[in-house]
Design a protein around this ligand. Sequence first.
Ligand code: ADP
Ligand code: MG
Length: 238
Amino acid sequence: MGAIALKAVEKWFGNVQVIKGIDLTIADGEFVVFVGPSGCGKSTLLRMIGGLEDTSRGAIEIDGAEVTDQPPSKRGLAMVFQSYALYPHMSVAENMGFSLKMAGAPAAEWKAKVDDAAAILKLESYLERRPKDLSGGQRQRVAIGRSIVRDPTAFLFDEPLSNLDAALRVEMRLEIARLHRDLKRTMIYVTHDQVEAMTLADRIVVLEYGHVAQVGTPRELYERPANLFVAQFIGSPK
Ligand code: ADP
Ligand code: MG
């Protein structure tokens, strides 16, 4: 579970084509990073995979089943954004368990899942706090915890660390790497930060205004960038 395939996907906003026919296969458990300049279509592509944006043409498959027209709730994926939008009036535990509770899970069940996620994220001693009494890094952990409890087949991250200061970004980057090692789930991670891309990715997809400039391991991209655009983006000496 957790294999994702994009088949000639396109996105048009009116008569502007933002995603220009992308083919990509992501293996179960793979950590794939989308990089590229602002406005190149990273968020749009991620939102299409998550079902928050419809796909104008082409198909999206999860584990071989077409999900192109399925709503987000039927895709089994979890999205984590840079703005974590926690409910201020709920405790950390309630924030993390909310979606399970809404789906009708009994209290004992959602609380057990929240406890498991809290242990993974080292949030055990914060479960009764309100979001306002947490640091930025802790809030981001709660946002990630909220997705872990749903046991998704894949995690979709859209620049989850860009609101954090530099030191915290490093800490959270290591945390996300550890999460991937522990959970062994597919992760698709959007960033414009080359260091995040190079250190987290099994494979990097470099996007250039709606198309794929190159796909490869960090090492392949660094050593053999396909063109100057990739070289400049990855910071390799071509
Ligand atoms: P990135 O995440 O790489 O910065 P986006 O996917 O947000 O890029 O945006 C890609 C392009 O699509 C940009 O030109 C943006 O202005 C445009 N775009 C994004 N969302 C919409 C929308 N809802 N309506 C019209 N244009 C949009
Ligand atoms: Mg974006």
